[in-house]
Design a protein around this ligand. Sequence first.
Ligand code: NAG
Ligand code: ZN
Ligand code: ZN
Length: 447
Amino acid sequence: MGFSAWFSLLFAISLVLLPFSTSSSALSPKELAAISADFIDRAKKPELLDWMLGIRRKIHEHPELGYEEFETSRLIRYELDKMNVPYKYPIAVTGVVGFIGSGEPPFVALRADMDALPIEESVEWEHKSKIPGMMHACGHDAHVAMLLGAAKMLQERHHDLKGTVVLIFQPAEEGGGGAKKMVEAGVLENVDAVFGLHVTSDLPIGMAASRPGPMMAASGSFEAKIRGKGGHAAIPQHAIDPIIAASNIIISLQHLVSREADPLDSQVVTVAKIQGGDAFNVIPDSVTIAGTFRAFSDDSFNQLKDRIEEVIVKQASVQRCNATLSFRENEKPFYPVVVNDEGLHEYFLKVAGDGLGAQNIKGMSPLMGAEDFSFFRQVTRAYFFWVGMYDESKGKLERGHSPHFRINEDVLPYGAALHASLAVRYLLEHNPSESSTLKATPPHDDL
Ligand SMILES: *[C@@H]1O[C@H](CO)[C@@H](O)[C@H](O)[C@H]1NC(C)=O
Ligand SMILES: [Zn+2]
Ligand SMILES: [Zn+2]
């Protein structure tokens, strides 16, 4: 090995050992890129990987529904304690918010959701859910393990961080709007940007995908009770039939999207529940219907909401029935549209591309699914992305919310490394100069 080879080896080693120890102005694009690559390497080391696997499997065995993630939250706090990472708890019942770094601005946040689903697991494996009727079928167990993995890597070099990383472990993503409660608790105050990720089997392992602007739909649910007057099925003139009214309502609701919406403005109305009647020869007193509606702008969403109410109430009256409607906003808050910050998209392409290879960062079409990550955008710059886990050799992976859902655990290092590098490089690039007046801002502990 000649001198220049030795020199470049030493240079490479110094990058690995001190990947973010100098100020932003001193780091070249190449050095910044090395940070992303270094986190991938560190996250794949057996010691960290096995630790993340253990956490993910433990959480998988003990799934908990939204706002009931007590054991999951306890496990997170136990691990943060072991790492000497300070945190706030409880926030929004079970939420935990950790802090790594200087305690001073800038603040950049990383988010993981903790809740499971009311699904009975159908996968037979060593770490199958031990709680009947409950399962981590969306991958939030992996999200928690990834964020703890990132925390461990960040905490190992916390003195080098040019600001503060805020770790958000939130409850109740699946309908409960845990993110909204975290925002209301002030968790995002002073935070310049927040990143969130989701695992997906639609994308190969080692890849990530996202898009700038609107990515996931606004979502709401409704439930209506249609009241008529029960009676003998053979003597309809003495009854008021709510089944006919419900049928007409369901058909009329389908015209909202097909006849009133701009065909280029994606919307969905689905009636997913209908209940009424017990016998073939009795007209029931009432019928209950429930469903979901989705749209990609606040205007379209609000218009859909108003028209759903109008159609249900007025169509019921056509058949002499009365309808009462609830959007159940207390239990299931409307989720706004997930909109990715354009500037953060450019930043993501660069940071994730440096870690995974630019060819492994894909664009994507918007999805009609919803995510409560959208609430963060209302108070700060927010960015959401997908991390691939499909691997032909591991067999077919079902999509989320299936009782057959499986995680390809090889995805854990990618999620952890992307979290960590997005945070570290963000702080480097947004670090105010030493003389900055921002220094006068009180430490985050006071918040
Ligand atoms: C609907 O409400 C009106 C006004 O309260 C009432 O007079 C009528 O009986 C109700 N009809 C049904 C079918 O419940
Ligand atoms: Zn889900
Ligand atoms: Zn999910």
